[in-house]
Design a protein around this ligand. Structure first.
Ligand code: GDP
Ligand code: MG
Length: 671
């Protein structure tokens, strides 16, 4: 399969906008699934979670292949909840385009904005699908208008709905100027094409004029053409839509109803026609690990191979690693070099993943998404490359976990098993961390939110059948120096050969999350091995402040040092003295920090005052309240410690009709 015929695609949406239903329909119309999937309407959080886990393609495969026209769509699954941002972030590193699904009644919602921001950060082209056009109150034009305001200024309608609400019959195609209709009887498989009905001509003409003017603005020659005729020839219109979408200046908006099998085939056509192939997206940034110099990675099948690992899934017999090939061709039996570990990894088999099975392949070229079994040393974010061109692809950045929970097993053997399983979970999910808990003798698991911890606890209990107890989730606190100060510390080795080292440091507050160590200019010379160690960016990792929380947002400057003997100090004694100086500085004035959360709550109007009163009690800062229909959207900033178990309390305040989403937004002083 040539790279030009791939479309690496993700579908992103706010929960309940219809991502699962749209995906099911795509699998059905492309012939991957023989039967059309049914979505069961779950109202409780657990319902949709189970549904996503069991029905979605998350578990069986991170990628599914579906053929459409002369292309292969490689559909990358992304989960529907913000606690799983890591999943979205890693998907965005390997996909080349996204379809954003909107609920036609609700319009763009908080999570849609979040994922659109993420897509923008990764410069991924987008299409918009305004779903649920069959619902009473659905309004395509209004949804497009809101999307222009809140998602992307380049959103532009390429269709109009034909019939509204339960009378929805099809869509008016503004490009080909025709009516597309679907029949209920055959699950929408056959598409009926006809001319634009007389009474729709004015509506279509006005919308097409707008479309042509936006496309014409991309190119000076086209502007002249447009001004002459108030229109553009169809070949130029199509060329412009492709150009505008791949360059991210335009976001074509389509509409339909996934549930009623209306509008999916034109969406697939739009993916093939307007979203880029791997050949068209710019080559990713890569560096030579030896020299730090940039290397250009071309999507050329003859170039040396390079691939990024974007997911690792645990399997009965070793791990399955998902990779995207960026350059070169890999063959079954080849070995690739892992730049992080310095080890060679043999490709025992290459699999193309499908919804419910895998196909073994002999070779794969640029743009391919594939899975490789038996990769136990590989982690998410690793680069695998040809031995004769070693390089490092920009890895995937993951946020720091904000909540932690103690886990205890009932006996020694299940404790060992727990440690093994935690190692497996952490390898699959880079936003999950664990460490031994000295207080309880159990383990501390840290993650991105309550749901994130809950899902992983359930995996331990259900999937791995381990009897494990969990404490309630607690906030991951950090400690920073309060104001700039200087302090000294020392370490002395007793006995004849003993020596004493004194270190003086200056601690200052900093914006950087991780603590940093720097050396004052003119510092007395230190042995090279010690200097190398001090320059390691991870050097202060795990150091704690006065109250035992990890250091953050603090800069440590070594102002001076001295030793009681002529011999150069060893690493241990120097670091010991440094640590005591840092501890002394933190004692002079520290602040405990906690994660600050960006909160969006959606509630029906009648529950707004109860929700606001409650947020006040939780020390939140209300930033904005906006009204969409009869739904109030509250945007606030809150300390995480006040938000533990918020989902339960919001549910009771709103009789289950409120929803919220929370993402980390830096640190703030403990409330
Ligand atoms: P997801 O959370 O984004 O994956 O959304 P789902 O696909 O699970 O859909 C959420 C709910 O909306 C389900 O009850 C679907 O049956 C329903 N739904 C999905 N698409 C449509 C549609 O086009 N029209 C209507 N009326 N309901 C839909
Ligand atoms: Mg879903």
């Amino acid at each position: 399969m040539k790279a030009a015929t791939f479309r690496n695609l993700g579908i992103l949406a706010h929960i309940d906008a219809g991502k699962t239903t749209v995906t099911e329909r795509i699998l059905f119309y492309t012939g991957v699934e023989r039967r059309m999937g049914e979505v069961h309407d779950g109202t409780a959080t657990m319902d949709w979670m189970d549904e996503e886990r069991e029905r979605g393609i998350t578990i069986t495969a991170a990628v599914t292949h579906c053929p459409w026209r002369d292309c292969i769509l490689q559909l990358i699954d992304t989960p529907g909840h913000v606690d799983f941002t890591a999943e979205v972030a890693r998907a965005l590193r390997v996909l080349d385009g996204v379809v954003i699904v909107l609920d036609a009644v609700a319009g763009p919602q908080a999570q849609t904005e979040t994922v659109v921001r993420q897509a923008a950060k990764h410069e991924v082209p987008m299409l918009l699908f305004v779903n649920k056009m069959d619902r009473p109150g659905a309004n395509f034009e209004l949804a497009v208008e809101k999307a222009v305001e809140r998602l992307h200024p380049g959103v532009i309608a390429v269709q109009l709905p034909f019939g509204q609400g339960s009378e929805l019959e099809g869509v008016l195609d503004l490009v080909e100027q025709r009516l597309l209709r679907w029949k209920k009887a055959d699950l929408g498989v056959e598409l009926e094409v006809s001319a634009i009905p007389e009474d729709q001509k004015d509506r279509v003409a006005a919308a097409r004029l707008e479309l042509c003017s936006r496309v014409a603005a991309l190119n000076d020659d086209w502007i002249d053409l447009f001004l002459d005729s108030d229109d553009l020839p169809n070949d130029i219109l199509k060329q412009g839509l492709r150009l505008g979408t791949t360059s991210r200046e335009l976001v074509p908006a389509l509409c339909g109803s996934a549930l009623h099998n209306c509008g999916i085939q034109p969406l697939l056509d739009a993916v093939v026609d307007w979203l880029p192939s791997p050949m068209e997206v710019g080559s990713p940034m890569a560096i030579d690990p030896q020299t730090g110099r940039e290397i250009k990675v071309e999507p050329d099948p003859k170039a040396p191979a390079s691939a990024l690992v974007f997911k690792v899934a645990h399997e009965e017999h070793g791990n399955l690693a998902y990779l995207r090939i960026f350059s070169g061709t890999v063959h079954k039996g080849d070995a690739l070099f892992n730049t992080r570990t310095g080890k060679r990894e043999k490709l025992q088999a290459l699999y193309a993943m499908h919804a419910d099975h895998r196909d073994a392949l002999d070779s794969c070229g640029p743009g391919s998404l594939l899975a490789i079994p038996g990769m136990s040393r590989v982690r998410t974010g690793d680069t695998l490359c040809a031995d004769d061109r070693r390089l490092l692809l920009a890895s995937i950045e993951f946020p720091e976990p904000v909540l932690q929970q103690t886990l205890e097993a009932n006996d020694a053997s299940s404790r060992d098993r727990l440690a093994e399983l935690l190692a497996i979970l952490v390898r699959e999910d880079p936003t999950l961390h664990f460490q031994e808990d000295e207080e309880t003798g159990g383990y501390l698991l840290s993650g991105m939110g309550e749901l994130h911890l809950e899902v992983n606890l359930h995996r331990l209990q259900r999937e791995f059948k381990l009897d494990v107890r969990a404490g309630s989730p607690r906030v991951n606190y950090r400690e920073a120096v309060g104001t700039q100060n200087s302090a000294t510390g020392h370490l002395e080795i007793p006995g004849d050969s003993g020596m004493r080292v004194d270190v003086r440091v200056r601690l200052s507050p900093s914006e950087e999350m991780a603590p940093q160590l720097i050396l004052a200019p003119g510092l007395d010379p230190l042995p090279q091995a010690l200097l190398d160690e001090l320059q390691n960016p991870q050097i202060l990792h795990g150091w704690v402040g006065d109250e035992g929380f990890p250091l953050a947002q603090t800069q440590v400057l070594i102002e001076s040092w001295s030793a009681s003997s002529e011999r150069p100090p060893s690493l241990d004694i120097f670091l010991g003295a440094l640590q005591s100086a840092v501890a002394a500085g933190m004692r002079l004035g520290n602040v405990v920090l906690e994660p600050r959360m960006d909160l969006h709550v959606e509630v029906p109007d009648e529950h707004l005052s109860a929700v606001l009163a409650d947020l006040q009690q939780r020390h939140s800062e209300i930033l904005e309240i906006t009204m969409e229909g009869d739904i109030q959207q509250v945007h606030a900033r809150v300390p995480l410690s006040d938000m533990v178990a918020y989902s339960t309390s919001l549910r009771s305040q709103t009789q289950g009709r409120g929803s919220f989403q929370m993402t980390t937004d830096g640190l703030m002083p403990r409330s």
